[in-house]
Design a protein around this ligand. Sequence first.
Ligand code: T3D
Length: 265
Amino acid sequence: MNAPVRVERDGTVAVVILDRPEAMNALDIATKEALLETLASLDEVARRREVRALVLTGTGRAFCAGQDLREHATALSTEPATALATVTRHYNPLVTALAGFPAPTLAAVNGVAAGAGAGLACACDLRIFADTARLAAAFAGIGLAPDTGLSWTLPRLIGPARAAQLLLLGAPLLATQALAWGVATEVVPAAECLTRARELAAQLAAGPTAAYLATREALTAAATSTLAQALSTEARLQATLGATQDHPAAVAAFLERRPATFTGR
Ligand code: T3D
């Protein structure tokens, strides 16, 4: 049997590929555990700045159809008391790993992203959508409420009213609408989705990684803070960035009218 998760490295860009196309990359336990292990080992590499951008994508016509419902049905009938434990065992750590990954993250949403698959895409910093892709909340359709972080990420991406619309009414968000609502950073022809995501990842990987991480931290903190707290967070983060190698080197490059070279440190 093929590994359900593969990694392709291109310099400092890591592409993590959900590789169960026969099941629309649905998340069974083996896939969730492989993804957790993959993200944990890449996290260490990224802390050494050997990886400076991560792309998450799927093979075949889906990005990820969410929880593997065949496996879930078996769990519900054989061990109903623990069938939902995967939320704390797998989905929560997966979202935490992506949201705290020590480099920018992009989802190359090559096809449908449903349920937990939508959650993984929304936990990334940016999303490139294939024009054939769609985001389906899917949870209400099987009598569940959102997990995989969607109750947190969706309102922040599109606002609470639109989040409620997606989660309650169940109609998928098509790529064009995802672009209009800001969920999709870009929409490209399906055949170009991963190529474009790799291009943007390479651009980010050549950038000021520490500044990107501070930007993510500031945006995340500001979502639940007062203006005074946000200003204080900004001051603390700028002080940290002032002590990086990249900041003074980039200022010198600007003054000398040459392109900056960022090390990520
Ligand atoms: O404890 C817990 O499990 C809680 C955690 C929950 C997290 C979640 O993710 S809940 C949400 C789970 N996902 C869904 O409810 C999505 C179910 N799938 C769909 O709604 C649709 O299949 C899609 C929108 C993803 C795609 O639709 P379409 O029309 O393009 O394809 P299809 O014909 O429906 O599906 C194609 C095949 O994929 C089909 O198999 P078959 O009949 O050809 O052998 C279908 O059964 C299979 N498939 C699709 N999604 C799943 C799946 N198999 C297992 N699990 C799936 N999630």
